[in-house]
Each structure stands twice: as structure tokens, then as C-alpha cells.
Design a protein around this ligand. Sequence first.
Ligand SMILES: NC(=O)c1ccc[n+]([C@@H]2O[C@H](COP(=O)([O-])OP(=O)(O)OC[C@H]3O[C@@H](n4cnc5c(N)ncnc54)[C@H](OP(=O)(O)O)[C@@H]3O)[C@@H](O)[C@H]2O)c1
Length: 261
Amino acid sequence: MNPFRDRYGPVALVTGASSGIGTGFAEELAARGMDLVLAARRMDRLAALKQRLEAEHGIAVQVVESDLAQPDAAERLFAACEGTDVGLVVSNAGFGAKGWFEGVDRSVMAEMLMVNCHAQMQLAHRFLPGLKAKGRGGLLLVSSVEGLMGGPFSTAYAATKALVVALGEGLWGELQGSGVDVLTLTPGATESEAAAKQGFDPALMQNVQPARECAALALDNLSNGPTFCPNAHYRALFERMTAMPRRDALLAMAQGMRPKG
Ligand SMILES: NC(=O)c1ccc[n+]([C@@H]2O[C@H](COP(=O)([O-])OP(=O)(O)OC[C@H]3O[C@@H](n4cnc5c(N)ncnc54)[C@H](OP(=O)(O)O)[C@@H]3O)[C@@H](O)[C@H]2O)c1
């Protein structure tokens, strides 16, 4: 008896599984008895994770090298999953860039659009027909609380994550009654490599949630869409912010996020 695997299995695809929240999803799904397809660019990380999860949980793990900044990456990932009964797609890979909008490199912005937006939309388009045909399964899109409103000094990233919220909300509406759950996850600060990659000290982040806890709560709430914030502090904060007049909320955020110096 494994109700989670019966509902969403037998295989889950996780993009961006090589670190942070994606590794949390892989660990949590393995603990729930799911076989896995794990995708990312860093194959050494994926190989080590595969070895550990197969040994700890007796599941089967396939690893796929995937650069989601490439226009046909979703197509390739779908092809790599051919013959694999994927019942849950966790579209998690993504990255951000903080600071003044004009200070973000244009090529980084273009890559962010590809990974955070294009790849997520294409993956949904590729995998949903199969899930609908089965009449069960799930699509989990990872956005951010920053996708819930404009994000001064994280402007381009917040804009990419707003697209994910709109994508997920639309699909949630379309898929009612199909047997396929759609959840858009809006994490707050979560333990991962993201802060260090963006050049700020993770120790300065507050109310940080462990990645595994974020993943577990997301999986527990797959049927409670359209959106779900797994971090109680950020959930309350953004409920207050989005209820405020938009000008006041944006001014407060601009003041809080303005780079020093
Ligand atoms: N941590 C937070 O506070 C937080 C808050 C809100 C939302 N999020 C979102 O959570 C998701 C996971 O991020 P994280 O915080 O866990 O950061 P992370 O530790 O940096 O993980 C990012 C993952 O995305 C993958 N990735 C990045 N670029 C890729 C590309 N071009 N092709 C394929 N995979 C790529 C990375 O794998 P490779 O480098 O091996 O390719 C890595 O596995 C992202 O969508 C992020 O926006 C995070």
C-alpha cells in the first residue's frame, strides 16, 4: 500500500535536482517510494545522489544531463523519459539575480527567461497530455513568493517567477476534473546554493526553511493549489503585502531591498 505512489507514481521527474530544493524533492520523493528521473547540468552531483537514494530507499533512479537554457531542452528531457511512466513532474530548476535592474547582465537575463520560464512552459506542454490521458498525476511548478508581486532590486527574477504563477494558475483552472493536480510552489527563503551563487551571504537570510521541509510540505499540498507557500513567515508576510495598496507595498519593498552604498 503506497497511496502517494498510486496517485503520482510510479516515477517522478525532478529538474534542478543537483542542489537545494531540487535535492530536497528527490530525497522526499525517494522516501515516499517513488522511482526518479533527476535532471541538471552537474552530472557528478546527480550520480552521487542516485547512488545514495537507491541504496537508502531501494528505488530506481535515472539521471539525465540537461541544460534548460537551451531552447529544445524540454523536448530532449521528454525524449529521455520515453518508456518511463512519469506521473509527477517537479519543474524546479531556476536561478535569480539581485541588485539594480540595469546591473544585471543582459545575457544572464536571457538565460533566466529560458530556464525559469521557457523550460517550465515547454515541460508542462510536453508532459501534461500523458498525465491527462492517464487521468491522474501531478505537475508542480516552482515559482517564488517574489512571483506574487513586483520585486524591486530583484526585478527581472520576480518577473520570471510571475510568469510561472500565471502559468500554474491557468493550468490549475484548466485541469479541474482531469485527475491531474497542478500546484505552483512559492517558497520564501530556503536553504540552497542560490544565495551564494548570487553573491550574498546566506547567513544574512532570515526565516530560512530547510530544503527538505519545503519539498515535503509542497508534496503534502499537491492537491491544495493553485498556489502554496511552504514557509509560514513568508506566507504571512506576502499575504499582508499583496493585501496592501500596491504603491505602498512596492515602496516598502524597494526601501527594504535597496542595495547598501
Ligand atoms: N532558495 C530560495 O530561497 C528560493 C526561494 C524561492 C524560489 N526558489 C526557487 O527554487 C528553485 C530551486 O532553486 P534553489 O534555491 O534550490 O537553488 P540552487 O541550489 O542553486 O538549485 C538550482 C538548481 O537549478 C539547476 N539549474 C540552474 N540552471 C540550470 C540550467 N541552465 N539547466 C538545468 N538546470 C539548471 C541547478 O542545477 P545545475 O547547476 O547542476 O544545472 C540546481 O540543481 C528555483 O526555481 C528558485 O528560483 C528558491
